[in-house]
Design a protein around this ligand. Sequence first.
Ligand code: ADP
Ligand code: MG
Length: 730
Amino acid sequence: MQSLRFQAIKKLGAASPANVSGSGKITGIFGENVFTLPTARQFLSDEAYKSLLASIKGGKRIDRGMASQIAAGVRQWAESKGVTHYTHWFQPLTGTTAEKHDSFFTLKSDGTALEEFDGAALIQQEPDASSFPSGGLRATFEARGYTAWDPSSPAFIMETGSGKTLCIPTVFVSYTGELLDYKGPLLKAVEALNKSAVDVCHYFDKNVSKVTATLGWEQEYFLIDEGMYNARPDLVLSGRTVFGHSPAKGQQLEDHYFGSIPERVYAFMRDFEQESYKLGIPLRTRHNEVAPAQFECAPIFEEVSVAVDHNSLLMDVMDRVARRHNLRVLVHEKPFAGINGSGKHNNWSMATDTGVNLLAPGKTPKTNLMFLTFFVNVIRAVDNYAELLRASIASAGNDHRLGANEAPPAIISVFIGQYLTKVLEDVEKRVTGKFDEQDEAILKLDLHKSIPELLLDNTDRNRTSPFAFTGNKFEFRAVGSSANCANAMTVLNAIMADTLITFKKEVDTLIEKGEKKEIAIMHVLQQYIAESKKVLFEGDGYSDAWAEEAAKRGLPNVKTTPLALDAMVQPKAKRLFENTGVYSHSELEARHEIELEKYIKKVQIESRIMGELCTSHILPGAISYQNVLINNIKGMKEIGIDESSYTNQKQILISISTHINKVSELVAQMIEARKKANNLSNTREKAIAYCDEVKGKYFDAIRYHVDKLELLVDDASWYLPKYREMLFLR
Ligand code: ADP
Ligand code: MG
């Protein structure tokens, strides 16, 4: 039988773009599968609607009776759209989304068949969740956690084929009350930020009563043919190719970025966009990325918790829709060596209920001071908690990307552009006890005009920074493409909340001592700038010079996940999360454990698949070609051809034999290293062993020889699709 590789290549020739229906206006379908407030208005009684609204806007609790009314309305709406089942939808720490479907159908004790969805079913459900990670918080014998309705995120209908399911967004909690998902802590961090930011806003505007964090993510991904995907067990099991020689043509011509989108891909994009619009995901941009077969999409920004749900949903939808097109989406951070990996830029800001973006420069001295206050506090927060931010983006996949030459380094630094650098320098130098004219002059600057202009100037846009100010928001670029944004956003919002709490205390102390409010604020800002400016960096974040400079400045540069995660359980982190009410100590310890375990499992799977591919795919092909060469040389000798005329054939044979030998030797050693690592009982030590002793010592070493073999062995004896086939064939 022909190998899967050749079957895939053959089939590819016949592939054509799938038909995608629907070409009307986006507004015609946008949100049609979401229980939006206008929909709620239609399906709920006045009382029930008011209760839902109060919960969404003000976090008010909904009582059971009211919940039953809301549940009935939601069911009525869902049934009008052909829904028969419902599920509590949540985001467990496995990194995907989870659902367990129940039907509305029920039998009453007298045998009457009914469709029903009561308040209790809306509010709470018990998925048999013993196999979701809990980091020891929920012993498996009492396998009970429950999902609790999160009214702040609207219910939606997921269409799978012709089936439709009502999804209720929930948080996932253990019976002892610890949060076991990504969403719960995010909601707490957002609440902490709300409180502290409102307090600080009151220095400038008493009308502010709510501050929300906003997030606009940009999702990068690769798209490859399904046949190719199926012929690469490494992609199937680990999401990345563990072998593969760079193609003769990679991304050096830079002809993919913003190039025209191939037709088959275009059909896929239109299809998943339609699905996303129905779910209320406000996608706006799509384009090719730098690497071949790499693409990006981004929505209009939303309130952070909704944006997080939408990103998780989008990843689901993309995966499902791609299969309809015989394509596969790869969201791994580094599916292919030698070309760019994928990230998920998190554009983040804060907005007031009075309609002000707190990171948008103001038009008057007063609003400028408000802008500067939040702006400097962000810098302070990032500098103070750089290790924790680094930990929030740490994963086995992202380790391949952070610090590789196309991605932000593992050093957390902040880019603000030369204009704001100058403004901060001025503030740092100025501020006399009196708040004189020069100080005032700083605040009178036309920040709102000058900053966007200067940032739009390309020379002042730094793409190498992990955390960059882009005019009216910060862009956290180091987040991994497969990550749930909630992790990074929980930390970012929590450190911001904590920083603002301290800021407020310090300013109030100065005011109590008799300083004028503006001067007090400027004085604290001045001190923050002086203490935090070491985190500011405007140069090339990819350069070695920066790594050296950062070390001199004392900035942390933790390159691997097991060590980066340490920050989560340091006293500083425990204090922070306790102050902001986001995590208890035991929740932090559990999460730390879960992240380490995730890391171990990922590396373990990669290591296993590497070993298996070597013995079942690579070596058999190489050895059969080795035999061809042996017979060839034997034959030449037999018919008396002079040895000098086949020295090169012999050389090829020797090279192949050497690589074969090396591969099998290294694989055997790697298996031993794995056994040793598995024997360690301490999770952190085990993760470090997997990182250094298994991955560090063997992955690149084995790959080197396999990739050499790929170049030496007859194409027909090579079973794994090659990079050029996965990346360039359409
Ligand atoms: P680029 O960074 O590629 O130039 P844009 O600046 O237009 O693109 O925006 C990138 C993302 O940032 C988009 O998802 C956009 O909605 C989001 N964004 C814009 N303003 C804000 C904001 N105030 N808060 C959060 N995200 C924002
Ligand atoms: Mg961007």
